[in-house]
Design a protein around this ligand. Structure first.
Ligand SMILES: Nc1ncnc2c1ncn2[C@@H]1O[C@H](COP(=O)(O)OP(=O)(O)OP(=O)(O)O)[C@@H](O)[C@H]1O
Ligand SMILES: [Mg+2]
Ligand SMILES: [Zn+2]
Length: 271
């Protein structure tokens, strides 16, 4: 997947902010428009994990949501090489094309499980919903596949009938992961999956994600404000600040030799 010059703006913008790309925290002091994502370009190679790190409000979630069509991008392009040989700007695709892309080529794990799951339905039904969205109609097959997916994230089969509402935070995230990977998408977005979980639970969920990534070769964009998570997960990393990418490169390189002042502060807080 490739993103080119993606911008997501809340507000109309004015002459001042249009000509000042580096306004503080992406918020225009004159017209109060928020440039949540500003001119972001990136490449996500097959099977790699790209980390996105940055302070609260730097635009990480907004970028993922634009790529997953949860909210429209103001401008810019995104292409997936597996989709029409990368010739289609998916940000401008029809709603039917977007539905196909979401159901077959992408998965999303939300920071807030309330956004990714129906808390009142059974966990099995939550996973089956994604299978149905991709055109499955055979109930027996879907039950089998849902069982397999939930077992994969270590949810015991006898708890499949229970709703995520009665699960722990770590279990809810694991149900989200099984749902997001139900149709074997080549691309997975993960937004602060482990934020708010206990450290031990966090380590377990991160291990699980890594093993799924290795096994299925899924390319992932992993968003976190926590550099420790990024260090553990990401091959390459982009650092966002005020809606812009201020630094990017191999994760090890960024950690060893950060160039941008903001990244230096971030790295020193980790030591
Ligand atoms: N619907 C909206 N309307 C107006 N502003 C918005 C909207 N959604 C996001 N923003 C603004 O866009 C900016 C980026 O928000 P975003 O949620 O992408 O940040 P983030 O990096 O994910 O932060 P966090 O680490 O706290 O999750 C913020 O200034 C936010 O207030
Ligand atoms: Mg966020
Ligand atoms: Zn402005």
């Amino acid at each position: 997947m490739e993103g080119k010059h993606i911008t997501v703006r809340f507000g109309e913008g004015c002459d001042y902010c249009r000509s000042h790309p580096e306004i503080e925290r992406g918020r225009c002091p004159k017209c109060h428009t928020i440039w949540a994502v500003r001119d972001v370009s990136f490449q996500l190679f097959p099977g790699e994990i790209l980390g996105i790190v940055g302070e609260s409000g730097s635009g990480k979630s907004t970028l993922l949501r634009a790529l997953y069509f949860d909210r429209p991008a103001t401008s810019g392009e995104a292409h997936i090489s597996l989709y029409h040989q990368g010739q289609v700007n998916i940000l401008q695709a029809s709603s039917q094309q977007k539905r196909y892309l979401r159901n077959h080529l992408m998965g999303m794990v939300y920071q807030n499980p309330m956004l990714g799951l129906r808390m009142g339905l059974s966990s099995g039904a939550n996973v089956a919903e994604k299978l149905i969205a991709a055109g499955n109609r055979n109930a027996g097959e879907m039950i089998g596949r849902s069982q397999q997916l939930l077992r994969h994230v270590e949810i015991p089969v006898e708890r499949m009938k229970e709703a995520p509402a009665v699960f722990s935070g770590g279990m809810q995230q694991r149900v989200q992961i099984s749902k997001a990977t139900a149709n074997n998408p080549p691309i997975l977005f993960l937004d602060e999956v482990t934020t708010g979980l206990d450290l031990s639970v966090q380590a377990k969920v991160l291990d699980l994600i890594r093993s799924i990534q290795k096994e299925l070769g899924i390319a992932m964009m992993v968003v976190s404000h926590d550099l420790a998570v990024i260090r553990m997960m990401a091959d390459r990393t982009m650092v966002m600040l005020g809606g812009r990418v201020v630094e990017e490169g191999l994760t090890d390189q960024i950690l060893e030799d950060p160039i941008h002042e903001y990244t230096q502060t971030l790295v020193s807080s980790l030591l």
